[in-house]
Design a binder for this molecule. Structure first.
Ligand code: G6P
Length: 369
C-alpha cells in the first residue's frame, strides 16, 4: 500500500495531486485544439439523439451529482440544451415523465452505484437514450448504457472523490463543446477559445496546488470549528456544495453549501465570530454580487476564507484569508476553484486525527439502496 501511495501520506492527497495528469489523460485524443475538433465516438455515433433531444436529464449520486450540476450550467450556457439534474435515488421513485426524445446522462465514478443503475434501467424501459460517464472500465453502468465516455482518472482509492470529480467535469465540458459546435450555439472564435483554455487547465491546476502550504496554515485556525458554510454563485455554486461535502465526509465537521444569494434566506442567521465561511469569489461570475455577500458576512463578524482570482485586491481587504487560483474562462472555473477546497478538507481532517482515506460509515461505492 505504501508503494501505491507513491510517497504521499494518503491516497486522497495523491489523487488531489494527480489531477493535472488525470485531466490531461481524460482529454487526450479527444481535444484537438489546433485542429478545432472534439473527437468522441460515443457522441459522434449518436449525434442525432443529442441534437433532437427535448432535454438532457442527468442522474447521479454524491460527488458525481455535483459534477452533474456543473454540467447543467455548461450545457445550457454553451450548447443551449435544457438540462435537469436529479439525484438517482429520487428520480427512480418519483414516476418521472420520460419520453423517447429524452437523453439521460448517468455520471458515476465506480459505475456500480445501485440507485444510478436503477435509474438507467427505468429510463431505458421508457425509451430514453442513455449515455454513461464512468471511470471504471467495464463497470455495470458502463455496460448498461447505450453509449458513453470514460473519464481516464485512473483508480480512485480515497473514499472522498477528488480526481473523479474534475475529470467528470472535463468529459462533460468536452461533450457540451462538441454539441455547441454542431448546433452552432458558439461562434468559431468562442469554440476555439474554450478548446485552448481547456487544454491549458492542467497547468493551471498545478498552479492552484501551489497554495497547499498556505491552506495548511489556514486549516490550523479552523480545525476545531463545529460548523462551516460554503458559498458560491453560478458555476461555483456546485463547487460550494462539493466543498462542504468534502469537509463533512472526512473531518466530520458539519458543513453546508449554499448559493451565495440564498444566504439571506436562512444561513445568515448562523453567522457569528465562530463561523468560518468559505466563499468562492472569482472575478468572473457575478463577482460584484459575491463581494457584497462577503460584506454582509463581515458585518456579522463571520470569518471569511475566500477563493479568488490571482491578483484580486478587493476581496483581500475584506476576507480573513484569500487563496488564489489562476484566471480562466468562467465555465472552466470549477476545475480550479475546487482544488483549494479539497486541500482544506484534507488538512483539517488530518489535524483532527480522522481517517482521511476511509472515513467512518462511508463506502467508496454504494451497491445497495
Ligand atoms: C459514495 C462515494 C462518493 C461518491 C458516491 C457516488 O457515496 O463515497 O464519493 O460520489 O458514492 O458514487 P459513484 O461511483 O456513482 O460516482
Amino acid at each position: 500500500e505504501e508503494i501505491e501511495k507513491g510517497g504521499y501520506d494518503h491516497f486522497m492527497l495523491k489523487e488531489i495531486y494527480e489531477q493535472p495528469r488525470a485531466i490531461k489523460d481524460t482529454y487526450r485524443g479527444r481535444l484537438l485544439a489546433d485542429e478545432g475538433i472534439v473527437r468522441m465516438a460515443g457522441i459522434d455515433q449518436n449525434m442525432e439523439r443529442f441534437l433532437n433531444a427535448n432535454r438532457i436529464i442527468i442522474v447521479a449520486c454524491g460527488t458525481s451529482w455535483h459534477a452533474g450540476l456543473v454540467a447543467e450550467y455548461i450545457f445550457e450556457d454553451l450548447a443551449r440544451i435544457p438540462v435537469e439534474v436529479e439525484y438517482a435515488s429520487e428520480f427512480r421513485y418519483r414516476n418521472p415523465v420520460i419520453t423517447e426524445n429524452d437523453v439521460l446522462i448517468a455520471i458515476s465514478q465506480s459505475g456500480e452505484t445501485a440507485d444510478t443503475l436503477a435509474a438507467i434501467k427505468m429510463a431505458k424501459e421508457k425509451g430514453a437514450f442513455v449515455f454513461g460517464v464512468c471511470n471504471v472500465v467495464g463497470s455495470s453502468i458502463a455496460r448498461e448504457t447505450h453509449a458513453g465516455a470514460y473519464t481516464h482518472a485512473g483508480p480512485e482509492i480515497g473514499v472522498a472523490s477528488t480526481k473523479a470529480f474534475t475529470t467528470q467535469i472535463t468529459v462533460l465540458t468536452l461533450i457540451a463543446l462538441k454539441l455547441a459546435k454542431e448546433k452552432g450555439s458558439l461562434s468559431e472564435a468562442e469554440f476555439h477559445g474554450y478548446l485552448t483554455e481547456l487544454e491549458g487547465i492542467p497547468a493551471k491546476v498545478e498552479k492552484a496546488l501551489e497554495s497547499n502550504a498556505l491552506i495548511e496554515t489556514i486549516a490550523t485556525e479552523y480545525k476545531d470549528s463545529t460548523n462551516c458554510l460554503y458559498l458560491g454563485r453560478g458555476y461555483n455554486f456546485p463547487v460550494a456544495l462539493e466543498g462542504a461535502l468534502k469537509l463533512k465526509e472526512i473531518s466530520y465537521i458539519h458543513a453546508e453549501g449554499y448559493p451565495a444569494a440564498e444566504m439571506k434566506h436562512g444561513p445568515i442567521a448562523l453567522i457569528d465570530e465562530e463561523m468560518p465561511v468559505v466563499v468562492i469569489a472569482t472575478r468572473k461570475g457575478h463577482y460584484e454580487k459575491v463581494v457584497s455577500n462577503i460584506q454582509e458576512i463581515k458585518s456579522r463578524s463571520g470569518r471569511i476564507i475566500a477563493v479568488v482570482t490571482e491578483g484580486d485586491e478587493s476581496v483581500k481587504e475584506l476576507a480573513d484569508h484569500v487563496v488564489e487560483v489562476p484566471e480562466t474562462s468562467e465555465p472552466l472555473t470549477p476545475l480550479l476553484t475546487t482544488i483549494p477546497l479539497q486541500l482544506l478538507s484534507y488538512h483539517i481532517a488530518l489535524m483532527r486525527g480522522c481517517n482521511v482515506d476511509q472515513p467512518r460509515n462511508l463506502a467508496k461505492s454504494v451497491t445497495v439502496e
